[in-house]
Design a binder for this molecule. Structure first.
Ligand code: FE
Length: 339
């Protein structure tokens, strides 16, 4: 029997409707340690493209991990988003994530920026370089993190406290490369050169350098990027410049923001789909621009602001190591007197 073309069209429409309806019934629940404004437009795009409703709960990273742990099998969470691999590793060790295998993710994300076991994936990258005040510091005097212990920097360095995960991860990276003893000596030398007892966040270190409290600050790149993009902070931020340390050695210390699928995700397939969406060119471009972070997908340009910081060689260490060595890093910093 010959089927009329109109009937074919109707049946195609009907099957499209069925699949659309089933997609619309879907949702994905996110626990996010990133602020809503940094990811919401991205999630809205994902919902628009897929019909999957996104429910977002934001909170402090360690609280979200504890919540996942205490909710256990009853947790509604599908995806945990956080910054710093140290925290994603903590989530993995507490058993609140599950391994995901995805060719899309493994081909988009460099091996060192994801968990070898697939429990967390980097989505953006940030670096923790040396920032200096031109006129007070000649960049020719700078080289490695190790060289910051030189007595010529006495009273000239600003960096936040050791209870901050960014510093813990940086120290963990040094331990991975040079061992505990050398790293402990380094921390002692760095502390001896502090301009003041650690206080405030990364932005405060940049401001302190700009305002003459110190000549050198250690801070994450996106904080300087953020300050440069804000009219009321720009003049302050313009007083400091980025120096990329370790370029003749292991490369500058880098970290990620990333995500992992929750251990008992009720909507696991949607969580994986969202992760895969976040490494598309469109998502990478938007996400990196808004947060002033580096895209992890090769070929996607970073913001003009970040491009001004110049090219750099990043440490190739697998970031999982930073998580593994977090406890050791904290003990080293305690012993060496980094408060
Ligand atoms: Fe931060």
């Amino acid at each position: 029997m010959r089927i009329k073309p109109t009937l074919l069209i109707i049946s195609a429409l009907a099957s499209a409707l069925v699949s659309t309806t089933s997609v619309f019934a879907n949702e994905v629940n996110i626990y996010s340690a990133r602020q809503e404004e940094l990811i919401k437009p991205l999630l809205d795009n994902f919902s628009r493209d897929t019909g999957i409703k996104v429910n977002l709960i934001t909170g402090k990273p360690d609280e979200l991990i504890s919540r996942l742990a205490s909710e256990g099998r009853n947790s509604p969470a599908d995806l945990l988003i956080s910054t710093d691999v140290g925290r994603l590793y903590r989530a993995k060790v507490r058993g609140v994530l599950q391994p995901i295998q995805s060719d899309v993710l493994t081909s988009a994300i460099a091996a060192e920026l994801r968990d070898p076991a697939g429990q967390w994936y980097g989505l953006t990258m940030r670096a923790r370089p040396i920032m200096y005040v031109p006129g007070k510091v000649n960049p020719d005097e700078l080289s490695s993190y190790a060289a910051l212990t030189d007595p010529k920097w006495r009273g000239r360095i600003c960096v936040r406290s050791s209870d901050n995960i960014y510093n813990q991860s940086m120290v963990a990276g040094l331990i991975a490369h040079q061992g505990v003893a050398a790293t402990e000596q380094w921390v002692k030398g760095l502390v001896a050169n502090f301009a003041r007892p650690p206080q405030g966040g990364d932005r405060d270190q940049i401001s302190a350098a700009a305002n003459g409290v110190c000549d050198i600050a250690i801070a994450n790149t996106y904080y300087l990027g953020g300050m440069l993009s804000e009219p009321e902070q720009r003049a302050t931020a313009e007083k400091v410049k980025v120096f990329w340390p370790e370029q003749a050695g292991n490369g500058v210390h880098v970290n990620i923001s990333g995500a992992g699928v929750a251990a008992y995700a009720p909507n696991k397939a949607n969580a994986v789909r969202l992760l895969e969406y976040m490494v598309t060119e469109e998502a990478q471009s938007w996400y990196a621009q808004v947060n002033h972070e580096y895209p992890i997908l090769a070929g996607v340009k970073s913001s003009a602001l970040l491009q001004n910081f110049g090219e750099f060689k990043a440490d190739q260490l697998n970031l999982e190591k930073l998580g593994e060595l977090n406890g050791e890093a904290i003990r080293v910093m305690d012993r060496a007197g980094w408060r």
